[in-house]
Design a binder for this molecule. Structure first.
Ligand SMILES: [Cu+2]
Length: 439
């Protein structure tokens, strides 16, 4: 393990950035994947959300969707009672090809009527999923078959058209692949659904009428429980974002420059691909971004709204809001440790405070909020991350791990084998960080 970590850090430290702005368009780039055929679209990987399988009936792709209450673990200590499809919130990812005839059979296991709207699809009116307009509400216990031919391609989504059902989580990705993959071809293709929740302390049911949102999720998980997007250094990456909620989310990627290649209406012409590193994903919008992962490292991918890259800590702190009321460092630490022991995660304090911090108006702000929980969220996808990496991962965020080929292959093998590397030793980066912390 230690030799592998050494390898990883030197590989990341020594590798050079592989290209400049012209690489954004993917020109003159060596292929980073083993895929022999670039013309076939890649299946989209939606971390923490399953893909929906289908059967074929006389040439029609048939999907079964059950609208139902779902218990979703959004954080190690927080499971909410939301609504979704097939036991998942967001619902499972549907992927079809441009030109397919599809039948989507919705069975309603909710206690109230519903219907599904196919957001952005140019389909016959009777399939639009608008209760009372295009169809009767689908009563509890009954079913409705939607059937249409898709002639578009791009990042779409399905959702209940009832606002409160939307805020209970009734949304899922609907990927329409083009017949021929777009060029430049991508080596990795990911999908992320952005959602927000208002769940008061000691509650599990989202308050859908609230205007303040304290839990922010990527694909139904709060960081650091989100599964990182793992890509091979030098590969071309697409990430598709969809936002259903009450806020717009400016999603920022560290260390890279990307272009927006698609909206909720499909592919954009290349003339519109201006360079960016933050894309505003408005409510009801989809945005596809693409970039060459030319910069090795563990890069944050996060909504930049300050309150969206944290969670209300009120759950942990009981009747104290937001953070500890005790601002004496060692007492506060003991208090945080007690809370951490209570919910069973590691709390390692690495960010020192100044002597006399309490004399400074406004203190504390972020002090005492960082809570490492590496072991609690351990999974093969996190292998090799520096000790206490999880301490500042909160809310609507994840990591894009741009790994040199050897390390990429190692982690992929770990994922296949379900191997979780033991926690890093105390002599690596966190120690270094401690020394640099001004103590
Ligand atoms: Cu946001």
């Amino acid at each position: 393990m230690s030799s592998r970590r050494t390898f990883m850090q030197s590989a990341i430290g020594a590798a050079t950035v592989l290209g400049g702005a012209s690489r954004l368009l993917g020109m003159n780039r060596k292929r980073a994947s083993d895929r022999p055929d670039d013309s076939t679209p890649l299946p989209v990987n939606t971390p923490d959300v399953e893909a929906l399988s289908f059967t074929i009936d006389n040439g029609v792709k048939v999907f079964q969707l059950t609208a139902e209450p779902v218990k979703r673990k959004i954080a190690p200590w927080k499971t909410i009672d939301c609504w979704g499809f097939n036991g998942s919130c967001p619902g499972p990812t549907i992927q079809v090809n441009q030109g397919d005839r599809v039948r989507l059979i919705l069975e309603n296991h909710l206690p109230e009527s519903t219907a599904i709207h196919w957001h952005g699809l140019e389909i016959p009116y009777a399939m639009d999923g608008m209760p009372y307009l295009s169809q009767k509400p689908i009563a509890p216990g009954s079913r409705f078959a939607y059937e249409f031919t898709v002639h578009q391609n791009g990042t779409f989504f399905y959702h209940s058209h009832s606002p409160m059902q939307q805020m209970m989580g009734m949304v899922g990705l609907f990927i329409l692949h083009p017949q021929q993959a777009h060029t430049p071809a991508v080596d990795h293709d990911f999908g992320v659904v952005l959602q927000e929740w208002a769940v008061l302390p000691n509650n599990t049911v989202p308050n859908t009428a609230n205007m303040e949102w304290n839990w922010l999720t990527f694909n139904g998980a709060v960081s650091p429980m989100t599964t990182p997007l793992i890509v091979r250094l030098g590969s071309r990456v697409r990430i598709r974002f969809v936002n259903i909620g009450m806020d717009h989310h400016p999603v920022h990627l560290h260390g890279h420059t990307f272009v927006v290649t698609g909206t909720e209406a499909g592919r954009q012409p290349e003339t519109m691909w201006g360079p960016m590193n933050t894309v505003l994903v408005g409510v009801a919008q989809a945005r596809d971004i693409e970039f060459v992962a030319n910069n090795p490292g563990e890069w944050m991918l996060h909504c930049h709204m300050p309150h969206h890259n944290m969670n209300a800590m009120s759950d942990l702190l009981g009747d104290r809001m937001m953070m500890t009321a005790d601002t004496e460092d060692d007492r506060a630490l003991r208090q945080m440790q007690t809370l951490a022991d209570d919910v069973g995660f590691e709390h390692v304090h690495h960010a020192p405070i100044a002597a006399g911090a309490n004399q400074v108006p406004g203190f504390p702000q972020d002090a005492f909020m960082d809570m490492g929980m590496d072991e609690t969220v351990a999974k093969p996808q996190n292998n090799g991350l520096p000790r206490n990496w999880s301490a500042m991962m909160m809310g609507m965020m994840s990591l894009v791990r741009v790994l040199p080929p050897d390390l990429y292959d190692d982690v992929m093998r770990d994922i296949r084998n379900g191997y979780m590397s033991p926690a890093s030793s105390a002599t690596d980066r966190s120690n270094h960080h401690h020394e640099g912390g001004g103590e």
